[in-house]
Design a protein around this ligand. Sequence first.
Ligand SMILES: [Zn+2]
Ligand SMILES: [Zn+2]
Length: 173
Amino acid sequence: MVFSLEAWPEAGHECDFALSPPHLTDILNERESQVEIPKILTSMRGHVKLGLVGRGLKIKGFFAVKVELLCDRCLTPFVSRINDEFDDRVNLTEPSQTDDRGQGNGHNQDDDAAVPIRADNSFDLAPLMAEFFWLAWPYKSLCRPDCAGLCPKCGANLNDGPCFCQNEQPTKH
Ligand SMILES: [Zn+2]
Ligand SMILES: [Zn+2]
């Protein structure tokens, strides 16, 4: 997802995009190597509209990705769709900028995502898109809203029907 700043069109850029799963998991590999990488079943597909405002980039669009999640209640994997919209403004940073500026100069830079400009005056949106994808990752995942979960006693998946424990009398207190 590389865009050149040379001959940037007046109206900005607008296009569909697709990012393969490795693009999405790369940023996890860089950060937390311990984390188990979730299964991403399809490319991230979406649409993006880009506009230049000074040295900032206005970015608006949407995406969808099919993933395999693990149900929080019954621990069964299931296929789900993660989709989201984004409407953001990010800073385009010059290659030298990160070296020259120290931290804590009163500029609340940490809050704003930054996209580095590369030596050939282009920038790559793939890492930012991957960021948007992980931000949309659900905190809670249920295979279905009324998932019955597992029997705390025998561990049977109660979505498959009642287990034998439920016919037993409670034995002790
Ligand atoms: Zn479930
Ligand atoms: Zn049971």
